[in-house]
Structure formats: C-alpha cells, structure tokens
Ligand binder design. Structure first.
Ligand SMILES: C[S@@+](CC[C@H](N)C(=O)[O-])C[C@H]1O[C@@H](n2cnc3c(N)ncnc32)[C@H](O)[C@@H]1O
Length: 279
C-alpha cells in the first residue's frame, strides 16, 4: 500500500486512504483535493516520516482517532494553500477606497464599518484593508469603529498574520506613505504597527459551518481565492450565505480567477469579481 521514493522519503498514499482523506477535506472544509494526489504526498510525507509513522495509513488512523483536534489542525496547516501577497488584485482596493467606503460613510449611522476578510491566510489582505480604513476614518470625531474580522482554518497562517512581520521585499509595492505610517522596520522585517494590528481580529472559522454566528451584518465581505478548490454547489451555497450576512447594498469581493454563475444567487454583478446585495 505504501512505499518510499527517492531521498526525500516521498511516501505513496493508497487509493482507499486517498479517498478517505479527500472525502473528509471536501465534506468538512469544502476543499476538493481529488486531483491533488501529488500535492498531498508532497506536503505530508516528510512530516509523517519525521514523526515516526510507517505510512499514510497509520498516520491517518492516528489523525481520525485523535479527539483533541490537534492532528486535524496540523493537517489543515499542511494541506491548505495559503499563497497571498500585499496589493494582490489591487484594483479591488481602489474600488473599496473610492466607492465602497463613501457608500458606508453615507449610509451607516452607527459609525461602524463592518468588514469581513474570509480566508485571510497570513494577513496581507486584511491589513491592507485596515490601512485603507485608517486612511479614511482615523482621527475622525465622533470616532468610527473600523475593527475588521479576519478568519481562516489554517492556524499556522493566522499565527503569522497575528505577528504581522513581513519580509522587506514583500512591502516593496506598497505606497511609500503607508510604509512610513503603518509599518516599523525591525531586524526580521517590516512589522505592521500596533495601531493597525489591534483593529484586525483574527479568528479561526470554517466557512463550511452550517449557521454563521455573526450578530451584525457586514458592509463588505472579501473572500478572494478561497473558493478555487470548492465544487460548484459548495460555492453557490456559501455565496448565498454571504448574501444573508451582508447589509442591503453590501459588497462581496471574490478572486479575479473566480466568478459567480449568473442567476444562481441574488447578487448583482458590479465589475469583475465584485458583487453587490440589492439596496
Ligand atoms: C490562497 S489563500 C487566499 C488568501 C487571500 N484571501 C488572497 O486572496 O490573497 C486561501 C485561504 O483560504 C483558506 N480556506 C480554505 N478553505 C477554507 C474554509 N473552509 N474555511 C475557511 N478558510 C478556508 C485557506 O486556509 C487559505 O489560507
């Protein structure tokens, strides 16, 4: 059932274990890895060997028998794809600044801009959104609450996000003013300032959760490059749940390589990868 290939101790996952693992990931987290055998073997083999498991089969038995949830956390840290970077698909940030925030400002009487970054990975996207919010609302009197929610299932990615330290090169494409205003240079990289970090609330949250627990609706949801591995029905069900979580006239941003099928949800198309709930 298992075997080793080459000096990297690449293990082979047997078909039954592959189906057990991919079935679990799809059912519990929406992530379809049914064509990702090589990725699974590549991302898990070393860890399985280092931890002394003989093969995928023994390892998966331990994962599914572990009642503490720790093994699943480790598995998710390895199997999720957390690729992200500052200013990704930056025309969305321009639209957020130039169109969405003026809309919130003119309609939100409680002075609370509610933004949710779903699938925030290592934090570059929610921190960028918070910097834009700060540019507009910091120092206003009466004050605005701009604390935004950032969620993910990868605790490893969110630990990096909470620390908020990024390689110097990764902020190269950010405006010079932001680098001065919102970062401090440290030996290990550029550190997002406390004033920005404290207004981003990082929370573990699985988007497959049946009932979303939010007490208030959001003005904006960013869920970019998260649904790439989701199947059609999973994606449509999630987008419909986003709709219910948005204020009237609220906005949903998805990744540029993604789209929402016309007529499958009540969202209005605004521009590529931007959708809106009816006012
Ligand atoms: C490629 S990153 C996208 C990061 C950022 N939104 C961007 O566009 O650059 C996708 C993130 O979605 C998260 N993710 C995948 N499935 C999820 C789920 N069911 N619930 C919550 N987060 C999930 C992954 O852990 C990963 O960090």
């Amino acid at each position: 059932m298992t075997g080793e290939r080459g000096i990297y101790h690449l293990l082979t996952i047997g078909q039954a274990d592959f189906e057990r693992l991919t079935g679990y990931m799809r059912q519990k987290y929406g992530i379809n890895l049914s064509k990702k055998k090589v990725l699974i073997e590549g991302r898990l083999s070393n860890m399985i060997t280092e931890r002394g498991f003989a093969d995928f089969h023994t390892y998966l038995n331990a994962v599914f028998a572990d009642g503490s949830g720790q093994e699943i956390t480790t598995l998710l840290n390895r199997l999720t794809t957390n690729h992200t970077y500052f200013m990704r698909e930056s025309n969305h940030f321009d639209y957020f600044r130039d169109t969405v925030l003026p809309h919130i400002e003119s309609t939100e009487t409680a002075r609370h801009a509610r933004v949710w970054c779903a699938g925030c990975s290592t934090g570059e996207e929610p921190y960028t959104l918070q910097m834009i919010l700060k540019d507009r609302f910091a120092g206003r009197l009466p004050a605005w609450n701009t604390q935004l929610l950032a969620t993910d299932i990868s605790e490893r990615a969110m630990a990096i996000a909470k620390e908020g330290v990024y390689p110097v090169e990764s902020v190269n494409n950010m405006p010079a003013l932001w680098k001065m205003r919102y970062f401090e240079k440290m030996e290990k990289g550029m550190h997002v300032k406390e004033a920005v970090r404290r207004d981003v609330l990082f929370q573990p949250f699985n988007l497959m959760t049946a009932i979303f627990p939010f007490r208030q609706k959001f003005h904006v949801i960013f869920c970019r490059n998260v649904m790439i591995y989701f199947e059609r029905d999973t994606k449509i069900a999630l987008v419909n749940k986003f709709y219910q979580c948005l204020e009237k006239g609220g906005y949903l941003f998805i990744g540029h390589s993604e789209s929402i099928e016309r007529g499958a949800t009540p969202f209005q198309y605004v521009m590529p990868a931007v959708y809106r709930r009816d006012e």
